[in-house]
Write a protein that binds this ligand. Structure first.
Ligand SMILES: *Cc1c(COP(=O)(O)O)cnc(C)c1O
Length: 356
């Protein structure tokens, strides 16, 4: 099986080796200094400002989205959510769950974000903007430079779910004026699911009021414990060790190299795809994945055939887009040879259909 998914993804040999070994006990100085090192590496990887805070949660990415809302926002906020698909709508579900006044800027399927439309939300008294850097359900990438500037102009807290964009696309916490930046272990980091990482700005931290937030996800407690590299509760120890290893390898080369790697994979696949009777939507795309549109509405059967007959696992789409769109991931340990295999198999699957 080769996974062209968006998480979990193909893992690297070093990760497989590390995650397959006996776990150490973690209330030790060794574990603490490793987590301090991961803090430094992660904050550098997102270009965090000098004063920023690192939180490693034992939860999937949604746990971090939920925790960010609970800790940083409150009932006095009036928030705006960019809703261009299932992850945007998840953010709005979370803020509404906590009774926060929420408006959404909705982007229909296959349509690009429009700055002109979005500017209408300027000067309307919003206190925070929540956005997915890449809306993974469609592959659309939003312009974080522009959105950061929008937040600055409107004095809004800027909460960015970069779960799928981290490492695939450039992310610059300081330059893009991001207050809360979220990612998770099973995307480009190519680790087991179960760890989510957060970088908080000073002004986001100042909004955290420990006693009102969730007990388990109390950011102030995480920040306090992280001073000695310890989590408040038992963390996913094995994944934290594999994370440290990945961060060291990535930062030895720099995130620009990672961005370029993902960009090259995406470009290689997208170029070759032009020869097949499918299309790519005309929207700004993340390097995290390529959405592939099947005009014959056979995406669902192609997904099944590719998996069952060729051992190639693509990312299916939910709900009404099941037969229209598949997504091909560019995260994890994938080579050009893997994409050649996929393209050849897609050619067979689509040709067979024509002959039937
Ligand atoms: C994967 C992903 C998440 C997290 O999903 P989990 O299943 O909770 O890990 C959040 N946001 C985006 C944009 C994602 O791609």
């Amino acid at each position: 099986m080769i996974l062209f998914t968006v998480g979990p993804v193909q893992m690297y040999p070093e990760t497989l080796k590390t995650e397959g070994t006996q776990l150490p006990y973690f209330r030790t100085e060794n574990f603490g200094s490793m987590m301090k090192e991961s803090e430094e590496l992660f904050l550098r990887s997102v270009k965090a400002p000098e004063k920023a805070y690192f939180i490693a949660l034992t939860s999937s990415g949604t746990g971090a989205m939920d925790a960010a809302v609970q800790n940083v926002l409150n009932g006095h906020d009036k928030v705006l959510v960019i809703n261009g698909g299932s992850f945007g709508s998840r953010f709005a579900d979370i803020t509404r769950r906590y009774g926060i006044d929420t408006d959404t800027y909705d982007i229909p399927f296959l349509c690009p974000f429009s700055k002109e439309e979005f500017e209408k939300y300027s000067g309307r008294g919003y206190t925070a903007l929540l956005v997915n850097a890449c809306e993974t359900s469609t592959g659309q990438k939003y312009d974080l430079d522009y959105l950061g500037d929008f937040c600055r102009r409107n004095d809004m807290i800027f909460i960015v779910d970069a779960v799928s964009a981290y490492l695939a696309d450039p992310v610059d916490m300081e330059g893009q004026k991001i207050d809360v930046l979220i990612t998770a272990s099973q995307k480009a980091l190519a680790l087991s699911p179960g760890v989510s990482l957060i970088a908080l700005s000073e002004r986001a931290k100042d909004r955290c009021s420990g006693h009102k937030a969730s007990y388990y996800f109390d950011f102030l407690s995480y920040i306090d414990n992280q001073k000695r590299g310890q989590p408040p509760f038992t963390s996913a120890v094995g994944t934290m060790i594999a994370l440290n290893q990945r961060l060291k390898a990535i930062m030895a080369e720099g995130t620009e190299k990672e961005n370029a790697l993902h960009a090259a994979r995406a470009e290689y696949f997208r170029k070759a795809l032009m020869n097949l009777p499918v299309s790519i939507p005309d929207i700004p795309l993340s390097n995290c994945c390529t959405p592939v549109i099947f005009p014959e509405k056979n995406a669902g059967t192609a997904y099944k055939t590719l998996m069952e007959e060729y051992g190639l696992v693509l990312t299916p789409s939910g709900g009404g887009w099941k037969d229209i769109q598949l997504r091909v991931g560019h995260l994890g340990n994938l080579s050009e040879a893997d994409y050649d295999k996929l393209l050849e198999a897609m050619q067979h699957v689509l040709d067979k259909r024509k002959d039937d």
